[in-house]
Write a protein that binds this ligand. Structure first.
Ligand code: SAH
Ligand code: SF4
Ligand code: F3S
Length: 473
């Protein structure tokens, strides 16, 4: 178990990084452009926004194509074997480009780098990689660049510093009207299959005041939707003894943010207060991502999830009673070691019972160092593929039915832009986080939440018509 203490990065350390940033900026062979390739979950997406914020603050411009950038950063994920292989394949691809552009700097960061020995392996096997660093030391990017540019050194940060909290880092948002806020980092749950607790450090919550200040600044900047991030947001505050998650949501509502989301929730920690909050908090979007992983009590126990199917279903029912329009989504793993056909049937039955809007389904992937990697009863790959296909087919049918049942409703849509398929239509997301393409809108609606009448449904999107606001009362 990881017992590394939480370390707050102080103003002196950030000021030191500011000095490195200035030195890099003044350097004749500094990188002029950057490109970040991001894998994995929203945590990584948001970390990339922080890396981008740091780089643009140093006067380095974003390059839309990686082969044209002076600095390419790969922000990696190691949740499953294929995530790792994809990253390594893309890093290898860049080797040929770098032969023609030898000044190019290549950095690899993110969760993969936090695995024991991985950063050393990458530097050894990929000699064209210049910089490797982990998830807890993003704030030191200016220093790494300084060492690479000024001292022409290959930089490898193997301090395995993961349990840090750094406040006040610059963020360059992907979207002008949607934002992420990290409310906590790390995970203490040690689900038997999962690598995250080993690569993201122990659970640590940010102070509520820091979170609120960040939210207020985003609201003042015109942000319409905030997604709170944490591996297990329901245990927010457990480590600091400050306010619990439901109260944090209440205080965030008071900032005036029109739409509030969060992920991810662990079912075992879903409190009654949070269920009640769904009934009263008008900023909270009618959506909850509640990963169930399996519908078999035996498998849930082997996964160390610490809830059973009955408890899960009870919470689902109470959520729906509190907020009848709530849309649920989930994650499911098939072929966990020891999963029998009967266990799998129970996952199918659970999906039919809950009727999720959609589900992310994964074939179990053994991760070195986790408990499940050493379990007997690994399921054969052909059985695993056959199971996941059956599960996907069932969920696709349910998704179609759920979407059709939403016809006739009037929904608030946060407009993102013109529809990629039909330029005459606009597209955006409803509170349930489903994409809606609609007619009657225009570019001026982008970044606003507008009323749309739902008229039809496809396999995973809705269709609708804009209700002109002067017509609404
Ligand atoms: N903290 C989140 C999930 C993080 S990982 C939570 O607890 O729900 C996202 C999803 O990846 C998990 O919900 C799980 O379904 C899947 N996953 C994690 N480790 C996996 C593994 N070793 N093999 C297959 N899927 C995995
Ligand atoms: Fe992984 Fe479980 Fe933590 Fe989620 S709660 S990150 S699945 S260990
Ligand atoms: Fe991947 Fe790390 Fe997220 S392992 S899923 S990027 S926390």
């Amino acid at each position: 178990m990881n017992r590394e203490p939480v370390r707050h990065i102080g103003p002196e350390e950030l000021a030191e990084q500011g000095r490195f940033a200035a030195l890099v900026q003044a350097h004749h062979s500094r990188p002029r452009s950057y490109h970040i390739v991001t894998y994995g979950c929203q945590m990584n997406a948001h970390d990339s926004e922080t890396l981008a914020g740091t780089l643009s603050g140093m006067g380095i411009a974003n390059a839309p194509r990686r082969e044209e950038a002076d600095l390419v950063l790969f922000n990696t994920c190691c949740i499953r074997d294929n995530a790792e292989r994809k990253a390594l394949g893309n890093i290898t691809w860049l080797k040929e480009i770098k032969k023609k552009r030898p000044h190019m700097l290549i950095g690899v960061c993110g969760c993969m780098m936090q695995q024991r020995g991985m950063a050393e392996t990458v530097l050894k096997q990929y000699p064209f990689v210049d910089i490797a660093f982990g998830t807890g030391s993003l704030y030191r990017l200016p220093e790494y660049l300084y060492l690479a540019v000024e001292e022409k050194r290959r930089v490898i940060d193997v301090s395995r510093e993961e349990s840090t909290i750094a406040e006040g880092l610059p963020v360059l948002r992907e979207s002008p009207f949607k934002a992420y806020i990290n409310i906590m980092f790390g995970c203490n749950n040690y689900c038997a299959y999962c690598i995250v607790p080993y690569v993201r450090g122990r659970e640590r919550s940010r102070r509520a005041d820091d979170i609120l200040r960040e939210a207020e600044a985003l609201v003042a900047d015109g942000v319409q939707e905030i997604t709170l991030l944490g591996q297990n947001v329901n245990s927010y505050g457990n480590d600091t003894g400050e306010i619990p998650f439901a109260q944090l949501l209440r205080r965030l509502e008071a900032t005036g943010i029109p739409r509030l989301r969060f992920m991810t929730s662990h079912p075992k920690d879903l409190s009654n207060e949070l269920i009640e909050e769904y009934a009263r908090n008008r900023a909270l979007a009618p959506h909850l991502h509640l990963p169930v992983q399996s519908g078999s009590d035996n498998i849930l126990a082997a996964m160390n999830r610490r809830y059973d199917v009955r408890t899960y279903l009870d919470r689902v029912d109470r959520l729906r009673a509190a907020r009848p329009d709530i849309g649920l989504t989930t994650d499911l793993i098939v072929a966990f070691p020891g999963e029998t056909e009967e266990d799998f049937q129970q996952s199918m039955a659970l999906v039919e019972r809950v009727r999720y809007d959609s589900a992310f389904t994964f074939i179990y992937s053994a991760r070195t160092g986790t408990k499940a990697a050493g379990l007997p009863g690994q399921v054969a790959p052909d059985v695993a593929s056959e199971r996941i296909e059956r599960l996907i087919a069932v969920q696709e049918g349910i998704t179609r039915e759920v979407l059709h049942s939403l016809r006739g409703q009037r929904m608030g849509i946060l407009v993102e832009g013109a529809s990629a398929r039909r330029q005459s239509q606009m597209t955006g997301k409803c509170g349930r986080n489903i994409s809606v393409n609609f007619t009657g809108g225009h570019e001026g609606l982008v970044g606003r939440i507008v009323p749309v009448h739902i008229t039809g449904a496809g396999s995973n999107t809705l269709r609708g018509e804009y209700i002109k606001e002067e017509e609404t009362t």
